[in-house]
Write a protein that binds this ligand. Structure first.
Ligand code: FAD
Length: 401
């Protein structure tokens, strides 16, 4: 016999789990399905999870509203109040400072495993969320009046709407023929935790140069030793070579790629390489179904905005569904779900376009363009008001729409 809910959320990653926690506050009955078992084992610092996320101020507020942020141990959060961006092919640089932009900090770095663990803990405390973990979507039927899902375990679920939070390779997106605009960035991102000899000064460092796009993101120090999480985006062939280097040579390459600014002591765990692809669904909704997070869009990690955009989707979708629920509208009705699409699409596209422009601008080594880019960076560096606007946008405190 089918179990009946208001909503079925497929995918309990950061975006799906946060949606479940926030929607459960409106006494909606929710089924949360994930093929993962929902257990996240944390390593002990200085062995940090190689995947970390820069969390914007708007995302932090949302995580606070969900009672998730409060549960994260302070020694797993690094706040940063400065950001320094260099052009490795010239003298151009920009620095952003929280004080100058009237913000307490520019953002926080948190390991993905820590966020996932706390989100799942909060999901488990939500009385009206039933978990279907280690289970996958087998088949589904959509309509304006209701949806029906069969899981691999044989369980059958019914609801008013399915939220697809099933990540970049979303089965719900592909099986429902959502068209996408997508292309390879021609980059793989190498991620790892690195020990550095000097303090990171609570600063996110980023270098754009011949060696690719390299970020040193601050992590909490342990026993007066300093750690950063790196995201090094390079063409696939270069990534293969870097992944094959022994630790000492890899660390030396890092030292040069970060303009010799830090002495790199070593790595605390293995490197991982992740292929990067830009993808954007042309529509986010159809009757009975809404795409959110990476299921709807993926962007280059150079500005650390992917999960923040996903959390922005969560905020908008929760507002739309809560309002529809209060008005007694069907949650899966196209006219309801289109309100969510309208609220998010422009912002998400603008961010994707910005990332592409940035990536292209800094990929060129053409001397004239490099010169222009350096002049542009210097001018931008001096323009406090423009910097303030960009920081507010990255923090999620202003939008393009
Ligand atoms: C190198 C790198 C660095 C990044 N840095 C940042 C950063 O600093 N800041 C930031 O904001 N973003 C960052 N991002 C982006 C961020 O990691 C993603 O946007 C975010 O993790 C997406 O979360 P999600 O919940 O949408 O998807 P996912 O995390 O992919 O979750 C999808 C979930 O769905 C489940 N699932 C999939 N298919 C099925 C199925 N058929 N049935 C059941 N369950 C299913 C999966 O098991 C998974 O749990 C970065 C990305 C990369 C690659």
């Amino acid at each position: 016999m089918a179990k009946s809910y208001d909503l079925i959320i497929v995918g309990a990653g950061m975006v799906g789990a946060l949606s479940a926690v926030l929607l459960a506050k409106s006494s909606l009955r929710i089924a949360l399905v994930d093929k993962h078992n929902g257990e996240y084992r944390l390593s002990t610092p200085p062995e940090y999870d190689a995947r970390v996320s820069a969390i914007s101020s708007q995302s932090k507020s949302l995580l606070e509203k969900a009672n998730v942020w409060q549960g994260i141990s302070r020694d797993r959060i690094a706040s940063y109040d400065n950001m320094v961006v260099w052009d490795g092919l010239g003298e151009g640089f920009i620095d952003f400072n929280a004080q100058a932009t009237a913000m307490p900090e520019l953002g926080h770095l948190v390991e993905n495993a820590v966020l996932n663990q706390q989100l799942m803990a909060q999901v488990r405390r939500s009385a009206n969320v039933d978990l279907y973990l280690g289970d996958t979507l087998e088949s589904h039927e959509l309509s304006e009046s209701g949806v029906r899902v069969e899981l691999t375990s044989g369980q059958v679920l019914e609801a008013q709407v399915i939220i697809a939070a099933d990540g970049a390779l979303s089965k719900l997106r592909t099986e429902n023929a959502f068209e996408t605009v997508e292309w390879d960035y021609g980059h793989h991102a190498i991620v790892a935790t690195i020990e550095i000899a000097q303090s990171h000064q609570n600063t996110a460092w980023q270098s754009f140069g011949e060696e690719g796009i390299l970020a040193f993101l601050p992590l909490p120090s342990v026993a007066q030793k300093h750690y950063v999480s790196i995201v090094w985006s390079v063409p696939p062939k270069e990534a293969e070579l870097l992944m094959a280097l022994d630790e000492q040579t890899f660390c030396r390459r890092l030292h040069y790629a970060m303009n010799k600014h830090f002495d790199v002591v070593g790595m605390t765990q293995d490197r991982q390489a992740i292929p990067l692809r830009q993808r954007h669904a042309k529509h986010y909704v159809k009757a009975g179904l809404a795409l959110i997070g990476d299921a709807a869009h993926t962007i280059h990690p150079l500005a650390g905005q992917g999960a923040n955009l996903g959390f922005g989707d969560v905020k908008a979708l929760v507002e739309v569904l809560e309002k529809a629920h209060r008005r007694g509208e069907s949650l899966g009705a196209s006219k309801v779900l289109r309100r969510y699409q309208r609220a998010r699409m422009l912002d998400n596209i603008a961010m994707a376009a910005g990332m592409e422009a940035f990536k292209r601008l800094f990929s060129t080594q053409q001397p004239l363009l490099v010169q222009l880019r350096n002049i542009g960076m210097t001018q931008f560096h001096r323009n406090t008001s423009l910097k303030r606007k960009l920081v507010a946008r990255a923090a999620g405190l202003s939008s393009f729409s």
